[in-house]
Design a protein around this ligand. Structure first.
Ligand code: SF4
Length: 465
């Protein structure tokens, strides 16, 4: 039996593991000791050891550091069992979802990812006299290091510290550093931001969601001591108790309750920034509302904002937007003259290391957000709605749509316009074969040319009439 001593970090384990794997040491011969030892033998970013390159699937490389944050003795054993099997004849092991080791790996990954999401939502900073911001937070897993970049991205211009019982992160608006853990008493208890939080929470408190089971699921009780708004909960619950039952009976989660009646487009946009129609708002940076002239004759509808759009706050501002812009130009359509929006206004993603990977919105999320699209369409009253992708088509037309069978066809839309279905520009970016991608891009341009011709055709009909 070999005692593998390392410092309890992913890097430390990785260095030990690649050396052991290169020596073909089987998992049952290793006793992992995460409480001591040097960081490891090698310093490369790759899983390499003693000159031998260990070729592991990307999925493992992306998920293993997340699993390594799981607060139990298990991750190191599970990770090594998987690594050993992957590098000893079972390269596609992670694709076998029923395998015991894979199941354990995925269970731990899911638990850590959920904890990371909760931390994004529940860290509350308190301002100090020096204008620094300090938050104390108790995560379930050792996620501070892997999660700190999220707070750097979101609060990059502030000087802040996040203290947890086992580690702390410090950001001075330039450099991120880590230090030892700190007790709750090390963080300031109160500041004027608390009043702001409480005012905000009271104003957005939704009695329809004031059932304790639902609330404790979204806002776990263990986080209440660090959340200023939590002190309001008993009072708000008591005040709303009479309304709860009636509202709960009829309420399904939707953006409807956040849409002001008779609003103009700018007011709609402002209201959408505070929408809580579904949980996607908890994780995304901001609402990405549509943009373009209110008298646009064509509305282009996409699926949801991507990573770039989420940060920029504008639809189609990233790589898919570049594909769309080129296609519009080739089709003779001026982007400034069309209204561009998405079926779902918040970015849905899953975090893989430092990357946020797009995740397709589910039916309830599409339905919850549909009132925004409906409100945009009713205000703009376009002649033509171009639905880019199945999600856009489902939201705009209110039914499931098969792109290949209905593509390019002009369909009646209930607001009195026509709708046309084509592919989403990002689908072109996902086609690995450049020839096939170009063919699909040409088809998108042809669809958009058809849309432009349809508008010209409508003009001619009106002139003749
Ligand atoms: S995705 Fe739509 S419904 Fe959900 S919170 Fe965002 S704007 Fe509201």
């Amino acid at each position: 039996m070999i005692e593998a001593r390392f410092n309890g970090t992913w890097q430390g384990w990785r260095d030990c593991a690649r050396a052991l794997t290169s020596r073909h040491t089987p998992p049952w011969d290793i006793l992992w000791n995460a409480s001591a030892g040097s960081p490891g033998l090698f310093d490369s970013d790759e899983l390499c050891g003693e000159g031998a390159r260990l070729n592991v699937p990307r999925d493992f490389l992306e998920c293993a550091p997340i699993v390594a944050c799981h607060r139990s003795p298990e991750p190191w054993r599970v990770l090594y069992r998987l690594l050993f099997r992957i590098t000893h004849g079972e390269r596609h092991l992670l694709e076998i979802e029923s395998d015991e080791d894979v199941l354990e790996f995925r269970r731990m990954e899911k638990s850590v990812r959920r904890d990371m999401h909760k931390m994004h939502a529940f860290v509350r900073f308190r301002r100090t006299a020096d204008d620094d911001y300090i938050a104390w937070y108790r995560p379930d897993h050792d996620i501070l290091h892997i999660n700190a970049d999220f707070f750097v991205r979101r609060f990059g211009s502030m000087r802040w510290a996040i203290l947890t019982p086992t580690a702390s992160a410090f950001w001075d608006a330039e450099t991120l550093r880590f230090g030892p853990g700190a007790p709750h008493s090390a963080a300031p208890r109160d500041d004027e931001l608390e009043d702001l939080w409480r005012t905000y929470y009271a104003s957005v408190f939704n009695p329809a969601r004031a059932n304790v089971r639902a609330m404790t699921k979204e806002l776990p009780v263990r986080h209440w001591p660090t959340l200023p708004e939590a002190a309001l909960i008993p009072k708000l619950l008591a005040e709303s108790s009479l309304r709860i039952t009636a509202i709960e009976r009829t309420h399904t989660r939707s953006a409807t309750h956040f849409i002001p009646a008779g609003a103009s487009l700018p007011v709609l946009r402002q209201a959408a920034a505070g929408c809580e129609g579904c949980d996607l708002r908890l994780y995304a940076t901001q609402t990405v509302f549509g943009e373009g002239p209110v008298n646009a004759r064509i509305v282009l509808v996409g699926e949801q904002p991507g990573d770039s759009e989420d940060l920029a706050g504008r639809p189609f501002a990233g790589p898919a937007g570049e594909v769309l812009d080129c296609a519009l130009r080739e089709a003779g359509i001026d982007r400034e003259e069309v209204y561009v929006t998405n079926a779902v206004k918040h970015f849905k993603f899953i975090e893989r290391g430092k990357r946020r990977i797009h995740e397709r919105p589910r039916g309830p999320e599409i339905s919850a957000c549909r009132p925004w699209l409906e409100a945009e369409l009713r205000l703009i009253r376009p002649d033509l709605i171009v639905c880019m992708g199945a999600t856009a088509a489902q939201s705009a037309l209110g039914r499931a749509v098969r792109i290949q069978s209905e593509r390019g066809v002009f369909l009646p839309h209930h607001i009195g316009a026509e709708a046309m279905v084509t592919i989403h520009p990002s689908a072109i970016l996902r086609i690995p074969d450049p020839v096939a991608a170009e063919a699909e891009r040409v088809r998108l341009v042809a669809d958009l040319r058809g849309a432009a011709a349809r508008i010209r055709g409508l003009d001619n009909t009106m002139k003749l009439a």
